[in-house]
Ligand binder design. Structure first.
Ligand code: 9MR
Length: 340
C-alpha cells in the first residue's frame, strides 16, 4: 500500500521531532481511519503507531475454528511502514477480551493453544518494535486479576508467555502494561505494590521483560499524582525497567462545559503529568491514546452513551484536526524534557 502523506499540510512543530531531540519516542493509538488529513497529522507527529483494538485476541480469532482476522491490523501496520513509523503490538493478552477457546484446563493444553496463538500473531508482525505481552493483569484489591488463565496458572503462565515472546521476537521490547498506576490513592498505591511484587516474582524466575507501560488515562475524577507516579517510576528503574507512558489522554467528562475553560484544564492535566514524568530518563516513550478528538475512544463512547456533559475534548487536536491548548502544553513539556 502506498501512503501519500503531505507533511507540509501540518505546519505545527512535529511532536515526533521534538521528542527525538531528547531521546523520546512519540506515538499514538490508531483505529485505521482512512481520512487523509488525519493520517497526515499522525504521520507528522508520531514515530510509532499502536492498533487501537485490531490486535486484541478475540478480535483476531474469536473461535478455535475462525481464521485469523489480520486484515484490519495489516492495514494499520502497512500505514506505519509506508510512513517510516514503528509498530507496537497491543496486546497478546487482555482479561477483558479473553479467547475462551484457549482457556485449557491443563497447562500443556494452554501452552498449545495460547502459546500457538501468541506465536502465530507475533510471527505475522515480525517488524513490531515492541509488544504488550500482558495488558491489565495486576489487581487493585488483589495482586493478580481474577481471570481464568491467571487464576489457574499464575506466574507460571506469565513466565511462559514472556519466554515464548522473547523466542519469537528476540529484539522486540517486551512490555507489561496497566492502568490506574498513577492516581496516588490507596488503591492505586496498592496496585503499584502489586505490580512491583509481580516483577520481583518474574525476576526470580528469570522471565524476560524490558518495559512497564503506565497507561496514563488521566481524569478529573481520579486526578493523577505526579509525585507517586515518579516514585513508582524510580522503583521500576531500580529493578531495571524502562517505562512507556502508553495510553495517555485526559477524560474531561466532569470538567466545565465552557470550551475555553475545559481546553485549558485538559491542557493543564497533560502539562503537569508530562512535566513530572519526563524528568525521569527511564521514561522512553509517550503514546497518546488518540491524538485527535476527530477519532477518539472517549468521544465515541460518550456519543454512544449519549452523555450530556458536552462533547468530549480529550485529545491534543480538536475534531477539525486543529491544535488545542493541550498541544501547546505537550510541546512545552517536550521542549524542556532532559535528554535520555
Ligand atoms: O480505545 C479502545 C476502544 O476503541 C476499544 O473499543 C476497547 C475495546 O477493545 O479498547 C480500548 O482501548 C483500551 C486499551 O486496549 C487498554 N486500556 C484501556 C483502553 C481504553 O478502554
Amino acid at each position: 500500500m502506498i501512503e501519500v502523506t503531505n507533511r507540509e499540510a501540518t505546519p505545527s512543530p512535529s511532536l515526533a521531532e521534538l521528542g527525538k531531540a531528547s531521546g523520546l519516542e512519540v506515538g499514538c493509538a490508531f483505529s485505521g481511519c482512512v481520512d487523509t488529513r488525519y493520517r497526515c497529522l499522525i504521520a507528522h507527529h508520531c514515530r510509532l503507531v499502536v492498533p487501537e483494538w485490531q490486535l486484541k485476541p478475540r478480535f483476531l480469532r474469536p473461535r478455535r475454528n475462525s481464521a485469523y482476522n489480520f486484515e484490519p491490523c495489516d492495514a494499520i501496520a502497512g500505514f506505519a511502514a509506508s510512513n517510516g513509523m514503528a509498530f507496537h503490538g497491543h496486546t497478546l493478552f487482555w482479561h477483558e477480551d479473553p479467547i475462551p477457546w484457549a482457556q485449557g484446563k491443563s497447562f500443556e493444553r494452554v501452552k498449545r493453544d495460547y502459546g500457538g496463538f501468541i506465536s502465530d500473531v507475533m510471527n505475522h508482525y515480525p517488524q513490531a518494535a515492541s509488544w504488550d505481552v500482558f495488558n491489565e493483569i495486576v489487581g487493585e484489591a488483589e495482586p493478580l486479576r481474577d481471570e481464568f488463565l491467571i487464576r489457574n496458572f499464575g506466574l507460571q503462565f506469565v513466565d511462559y508467555c514472556l519466554h515464548l515472546a522473547r523466542e519469537n521476537a528476540p529484539s522486540a521490547r517486551l512490555v507489561i502494561n496497566d492502568y490506574n498506576l498513577e492516581c496516588g490513592t490507596d488503591w492505586s498505591l496498592a496496585k503499584q505494590d502489586h505490580m512491583l511484587r509481580l516483577l520481583d516474582g518474574l525476576r526470580a524466575m528469570g522471565s524476560p521483560l524490558d518495559s512497564i507501560g503506565i497507561q496514563g488515562h488521566l481524569s478529573s475524577v481520579h486526578k493523577a499524582s505526579p509525585k507517586s507516579t515518579i516514585r513508582f517510576i524510580d522503583r521500576l528503574a531500580d529493578l531495571g525497567f524502562d517505562v512507556f507512558i502508553s495510553e495517555l489522554d485526559v477524560n474531561d467528562s466532569t470538567m466545565p462545559a465552557n470550551i475555553a475553560v475545559r481546553d485549558r484544564e485538559v491542557a493543564a492535566y497533560y502539562e503537569e503529568f508530562l512535566t513530572a514524568v519526563l524528568d525521569r530518563r527511564s521514561v522512553k516513550r509517550i503514546v497518546f491514546w488518540g491524538i485527535s478528538d476527530f477519532d477518539n475512544w472517549i468521544v465515541r463512547r460518550q456519543t454512544r452513551e449519549k452523555r450530556r456533559s458536552g462533547k468530549a475534548r480529550p485529545a491534543l487536536f480538536d475534531d477539525q484536526l486543529q491544535p488545542k491548548p493541550a498541544f501547546d502544553a505537550v510541546v512545552r513539556t517536550l521542549e524542556s524534557a532532559p535528554p535520555r
